[in-house]
Design a protein around this ligand. Structure first.
Ligand code: SF4
Length: 532
């Protein structure tokens, strides 16, 4: 295999010689390469074999299909090789080039050097965590700042435009996923608001076209979608999770979740924190718990030396600083439902105490919130979803900045939708007024299934509602009763086919001896990656 970066550097030296711009000698290149070998992501840089007795750190996650090794010398990185999860490759390469002292992070950096996962809760995307001078495209020496400047100064909105402008991503193509992440983090919601943009640089097709093809051709595997639709390469961190979501949503009974096409937090079922540890948040339905449940959580927190226990804004309890090897045993000891606090699922249904306890309460918001959270648990969405239920218009559950806000009024409930309490705060818009809790449940389910089917992956309810218009959503969810029933039926069909608790599944796997959650040991790598 030949790498292009040394050829470019040699050509530069030759150009100096030919044009008489001074004598220069080629002194060798420190290179990195990222590629696919038999469908597996591989990254290597520097002296990744190491000499006998060399200082090295290894991580093996058999279940996750991940292996990472770093060779160190005097606390500085001399070489890196990564299989399966290569997201931190550019960061390690940058540290290697900078001669960074990594002694204080040697016990955690193989879990995550730059912070992986989505931008929800406490996870941060990899591009956002990169410094401006991190080299994104090793082949052409293009930094993150070069890409961001091209996007902001030249008004670029697609990876193709960035490659044409900066050359980033135009050689080996290994950095295209990072370029897409930079596009997302730089442009924010405007990245997904364009009607015509392809999903990412791996395809010319946009979200709607890909969904239509998956449905009409009955495509049920991520790889099948990429093959049939002439994908460029093996996909990236933008398109593969989107395809995986669309397949599961459209063909729940005929497809299986593709774990390799999920972001790191969703593969781990926990949020990776900036020090490489994880946060564990069990479900506390409607924010209502019991003394026994609190004692159990406290006992588990003490047993596993959890350094921080925090009450979240969603009325749950966050165990922060959990070691990776403690995740499965902790889930087993907790024996509580997974809170999906890490992914594009139902996060929380926040409730106030409502009419059962509050003297102002007109409706039983707590019971309705608990019921809705149980009904909507295990659903995957284009982006995370939060609900709020308040027992009267005083709105103590802050329902009107949720994806669905439900507020008790005299004689019924007010349902409003499309709110967002994030960076750009958006208040909900009134969808309808109903008399009973049963109607609330049916309309909430229909709205969310409508969003599941029409939303673009990574698009929250608020921009989706703005894009398609509240009137069209009202017509589909409120006015057309047959359509409402059909939407609810499709939501239940998904739950019947695919609903399961991911924590319990991993615990059962571990109990059967299918995996040891994390092992540190040397393995024979069956694939050789040669660099020149
Ligand atoms: S929203 Fe109304 S019912 Fe709920 S706690 Fe506040 S005042 Fe009480």
């Amino acid at each position: 295999m030949v790498l292009v970066a040394p050829l470019f550097e040699q050509a530069k030296v030759l150009a100096y010689q030919i044009t008489g711009n001074g004598l220069r000698a080629y002194e060798g290149s420190v290179v990195s390469t990222k590629l696919k070998v038999s469908g597996i992501d591989v990254f290597s840089a520097g002296d990744f074999m190491g000499t006998p007795g060399a200082d090295m750190i290894e991580l093996l996650d058999k279940h996750g299909g991940v292996y990472k090794k770093i060779i160190l010398e005097d606390d500085k990185i001399k070489g890196v090789v990564m299989f399966g999860d290569t997201a931190d490759g550019p960061t390690f390469f940058q540290w290697m080039q900078d001669g960074k002292d990594v002694s204080e992070m040697r016990s955690t950096m193989l879990f995550s050097a730059s912070g992986l996962g989505d931008s929800g809760h406490s996870g941060i995307d990899q591009a956002s965590a990169m410094s401006d001078d991190t080299v994104v495209c090793g082949c052409n020496g293009i930094t993150k700042k070069d890409v961001v400047d091209a996007i902001t100064n030249e008004g670029l909105t697609t990876r193709k435009e960035i490659t044409a402008c900066t050359k980033a991503g135009g050689s080996c193509g290994g950095c295209t996923g990072i370029i897409d992440q930079i596009l997302v983090s730089t442009l924010g919601t405007s990245f997904v608001e364009s009607e015509h943009d392809p999903i990412c640089g791996c395809t010319e097709m946009n979200h709607e076209q890909v969904k239509e093809q998956i449905q009409t051709k009955k495509l049920t595997l991520v790889r099948e979608v990429m093959n049939v639709l002439d994908w460029e390469g093996e996909g990236c961190q933008v398109c593969r999770p989107a395809i995986n979501y669309y397949i599961g949503m459209l063909w729940p009974e005929d497809s299986e979740d593709d774990r390799t096409s999920r972001i790191a937090n969703e593969r781990m079922h926990a949020n990776i924190q900036k020090d490489g540890t994880f946060s564990v948040i069990p479900r506390i339905f409607g924010g209502v718990t019991t003394p026994d449940e609190l004692i159990k959580i406290a006992t588990v927190a003490k047993k596993y030396d959890v350094p921080t226990v925090k009450i979240t804004g969603g009325q749950r309890i966050d165990l922060l600083g959990v070691k990776k090897e403690d995740l499965a045993p902790m889930w087993k000891d907790l024996d509580m439902a997974c809170g999906y606090a890490y992914g594009k699922g139902l996060r929380t249904v926040k409730t106030c105490v409502g009419s059962e306890w509050c003297r102002f309460g007109t409706q039983d918001s707590t019971s309705l919130g608990i019921h809705l959270e149980k009904q909507l648990d295990h659903l995957w969405f284009p982006a995370k979803v939060k609900l709020g239920v308040s027992g009267c218009p005083r709105n103590c559950a802050e329902a009107t900045i949720k994806d669905i806000g439900i507020v008790g009024v005299e004689g019924g409930w007010e349902i409003s939708t499309g709110g967002n309490g994030g960076v750009h705060v958006v208040a909900t818009e009134l969808l309808c007024l109903v008399e009973t809790a049963e109607e609330v449940e049916q309309i909430a389910k229909a709205y969310l299934q409508h969003y599941r089917e029409g939303g673009r992956h990574n698009e929250r309810c608020a921009p989706w509602q703005k894009r398609v218009g509240l009137d069209s959503i009202k017509a589909a969810v409120v006015d057309d009763l047959d359509n409402r029933k059909a939407l609810v039926a499709r939501l239940h069909a998904y739950l019947d086919a695919q609903a399961h608790d991911p924590w319990q599944a991993r615990v059962q796997d571990a109990d059967k001896g299918y995996e040891k959650f994390t092992e540190y040991k040397a393995i024979d790598i069956p694939v050789r990656v040669e660099t020149v």
